[in-house]
Design a protein around this ligand. Structure first.
Ligand code: PEP
Ligand code: MG
Length: 308
């Protein structure tokens, strides 16, 4: 496997039959961009912009943000870079934006909901992204986290375009968006599936809580069925559908995701080699057959329930 990984390093992600599956990197802090390139990422599939905001008493200025985004984009000339809007709240609280008294923060003000409650933060970030895009030559895609349905998707896409952004999409991590995926595909340029939160919300199990950690697996057929709904809507409407949650970093699950219709995968840079090697062992027909089995629950083994 190590030899195969060396041989494929630097080659684009592809199945055995040549079907291209771009392999992108999740980037959470500036150093990750270097790692991403070292591991042969074809671009960035998820830039978590939170790190610019965390640890500060107030949001970064438009100028500071522009500089940070331009720095990232300039490392990936001609390549796809998906930047996620600030995902404050729940497991990523920000003192100046997140209410302290929410009984269930994961079900509270987070992601796009926080941004809508703080229009200045939302608009400053869009302004900075458009400015950074104008200064650089990457292929910038911008998406919002925690979007519930096609109305919220349309709200965000319109606003993003009014700032001059060209490709504007949404994350699929709230289960309601999977059920509305056909309508979302009418308004969004792309969808990126966040399997960490999608799993948390499908199975109603807090992703930060050890006592219910056994639920946190995208191998659960209910999660895979939701992913299929989104991928089907993408295929029917010519809308790109990628996956950027942890599930994409599991080589066996990555094959299933491709079989379900994901057209790109984004993951922590260290996982790129193994996923690239595994995908090269499968044709699209074989991956689809494996996905069929996974939808039936054939590969799902519930974790033993922890005793108290
Ligand atoms: C996800 O929810 O799957 C995701 C990619 O975003 P985060 O883990 O940052 O919430
Ligand atoms: Mg998420």
């Amino acid at each position: 496997r190590a030899a195969k990984a060396r041989e494929l390093r630097g080659k684009p992600g592809a199945l055995k039959d040549g079907t291209r599956i771009p392999l992108l990197a999740n980037v959470g802090k500036p150093e990750d961009a270097v790692l991403a390139l070292e591991h042969g990422a074809e671009g960035v599939g998820l830039f978590r912009s939170e790190f610019l905001f965390i640890g500060n008493a107030e949001p970064p200025s438009v100028e500071e943000q522009t500089k940070a985004y331009a720095d990232l984009l300039s490392r990936f000339p001609g390549r796809k870079v998906v930047i996620r809007m600030l995902d404050a709240g729940a497991d990523k609280p920000l003192p100046f934006l997140t209410p302290e008294d929410e009984p269930n923060p994961a079900l509270g003000l987070r992601g796009l909901r926080t941004l809508r409650a703080h229009r200045n933060v939302l608009e400053d970030q869009l302004r900075a992204l458009a400015a950074a895009d104008a200064q650089t030559h990457a292929d910038l895609w911008v998406m919002a986290p925690m979007v519930a349905d096609e109305r919220e998707a349309e709200y965000f896409v319109r606003l993003g375009k009014s700032f001059g952004l060209k490709k504007v999409g949404v994350m699929a991590e709230v289960p309601s968006i999977a059920l509305m995926a056909d309508k979302v595909a009418q308004v969004a340029d792309f969808v990126s599936i966040g399997t960490n939160d999608l799993t948390q919300y499908m199975l109603a199990a807090d992703r930060t809580l050890g006592s219910v950690a056994g639920y946190q697996t995208a191998w659960h057929p209910a999660v895979l069925r939701a992913i299929k709904m989104i991928a089907d809507a993408g295929r029917d409407n010519n809308m790109p559908v990628g996956v950027c949650g942890e599930a994409a970093a599991d080589p066996d699950l990555a094959v299933v995701l491709v079989g379900l219709g994901a057209d790109s995968l984004s993951m922590t840079p260290a996982a790129l080699d193994d996923v690239r090697v595994e995908l090269a062992n499968w044709t699209l027909t074989e991956a689809r057959a494996k996905a069929e089995k996974a939808l039936n629950g054939d590969f799902y083994y519930p974790a033993p329930f922890p005793s108290s």
